[in-house]
Write a protein that binds this ligand. Structure first.
Ligand SMILES: NC(=O)c1ccc[n+]([C@@H]2O[C@H](COP(=O)([O-])OP(=O)(O)OC[C@H]3O[C@@H](n4cnc5c(N)ncnc54)[C@H](O)[C@@H]3O)[C@@H](O)[C@H]2O)c1
Ligand SMILES: [Fe+2]
Length: 406
């Protein structure tokens, strides 16, 4: 990266870091179950709720309990269930229309990151009727308070239930981008491990690795606070303890609760301290090829940790020790290496490959530009990289790397 732009990026990140104590970060109020949700809505005199979800979640039958609780409380509801993974502008617009047609007065995002993000963006559109979704792309572009919004995560990964982000894909260009705004932080989040008990094995694995990526990228970045470091450590500690157990036996509710908390903690860490290039690259691939977000992160994470090299030894070693991934006495470099190996072993143990299928060589310059545009200057990554430098990382992670010459 050219040195003038490097100086600009670091100055930008330093300014944002200095602003952290003055920014309106908050966490959602937590609800335990569907009855608490219904009681809350009734107490606030809400009459009609839009539940935004997707087909997979709907068919899993895990919304039934919420529907029953709403019926008992005399609150009417409509369900938008067509959110796709990597939710699109069209999803957001359709959900918003349903909200308006049914004169709703509250929103529930019920699902993984896709459904929760679709609900966040729909909420933003409802209160900003003259703004397109695409015009909200980027940081702090919207400010109006959303209608009452409850997030109900059904995967244990994205942490969207506590973050200020919604990640949306433009249907036409297939560009996937985050919208970052304080008004998108859900007012309430319902955390109930039962809801994640039926999450299929592969989704348990990849969404769990997404949570790990949030914690790691936040911790090794240059804008951490004592609290975000603590949250990242708690997330990695829980992932070390529970991810393989949840993968092995989905009905292990202790493991499910541990992973749900891990995803939440990792969300609290990165919503303040940001993610990094792993996410920039994963978003570009999700938008272009619909590669699932967690899978992309799981595969990409070790490549970037290796690429950053000795620069992150100290921080990665500290994370490894504090989270119990490395328990014996060893130097920083060795502890950092052990941490990276642990990430790789988790992938192997859960059948996650070490390369991503489907990346086309001719798309790489555009993908890298998207990743660079998302990441620079915002993400306080340990080592700055230009779009050109990111291109070589795509070359490494794509399945037919041997045919690629950079
Ligand atoms: N807003 C944020 O802060 C943030 C952070 C990270 C990622 N994201 C975004 O979130 C999206 C990914 O979300 P995700 O990884 O949670 O996956 P997802 O929401 O796309 O869901 C993946 C699949 O899992 C199914 N599913 C979800 N919960 C289930 C359950 N309990 N039982 C059975 N099936 C279930 C869904 O039907 C879907 O088919 C991406 O678009 C990503 O960019 C957002
Ligand atoms: Fe993520």
């Amino acid at each position: 990266m050219n040195s003038f732009y490097e100086v600009f990026c670091r100055a930008f990140q330093t300014a944002l870091r200095a602003a952290i104590p003055f920014l309106p970060y908050r966490e959602p109020q937590l609800l335990k179950n569907e009855q608490e949700c219904a009681k809350l809505l009734a107490g606030k005199e809400k009459q009609s709720v839009l539940i935004i979800t997707d087909q997979g979640v709907f068919q899993a039958g895990i919304i039934d309990a919420l529907e029953n609780a709403l019926k008992e409380a005399g609150i009417s509801y409509v369900i938008y269930k067509d959110t796709v993974p990597n939710p699109t502008v069209a999803n957001v617009e359709a959900a918003r229309q349903l909200y308006l047609d049914n004169r709703c007065d509250a929103l529930i995002g019920f699902g993984g990151g896709s459904a929760m993000d679709c609900a966040k963006a729909a909420g933003a559109r409802i209160v900003n009727p003259r703004r397109s979704v695409n015009s909200m792309k980027g940081t702090l572009r919207i400010f109006r308070r959303l209608p009452l919004f409850i997030a109900v995560p059904t995967t244990a990964g994205t942490g969207s239930e506590t973050t200020l982000a919604a990640v949306i894909t433009d249907d036409k260009t297939r560009h996937k981008y985050p919208i970052n705004a304080f008004c998108l932080i859900p007012h309430y989040a319902m955390l109930s491990p039962h809801i994640t008990a039926g999450l299929p094995k592969q989704l348990t694995a990849t969404t769990g690795m997404d949570a790990l990526t949030h914690a790691v990228e936040a911790y090794i970045g240059r804008s951490t606070t004592r609290r975000t470091r603590t949250m990242a450590v708690e997330a990695v500690t829980l992932i070390n303890r529970y991810l393989l157990a949840a993968y092995a036996d989905g009905s292990d509710l202790k493991a499910r609760a541990g992973m749900q908390r891990a995803a939440y903690c990792a969300g609290c860490a990165f919503t303040v301290s940001y993610v990094g290039y792993v996410h920039g690259v994963a978003h570009s691939l999700g938008g272009r090829y619909d590669i699932p977000h967690g899978l992309a992160n799981a595969v990409i994470l070790p490549y970037f940790l290796e690429e950053y090299g000795a620069v992150i030894d100290k921080k990665l070693a500290s994370l490894a020790r504090r989270s119990g991934v490395v328990t014996h006495e060893t130097n920083d470099h060795a502890a950092a290496r052990e941490f990276i190996n642990w990430v790789k072993l988790l992938n192997v143990a859960m059948g996650i490959p070490d390369k991503l299928e489907g990346i086309k060589k001719e798309d790489i310059p555009l993908l890298a530009r998207h990743a660079a545009r998302e990441s620079n200057p915002l993400y306080p990554v340990p080592v700055l990289m230009s779009a050109k430098e990111l291109e070589k990382m795509y070359g490494r992670i794509m399945a037919d790397e041997t045919e690629t010459v950079f």
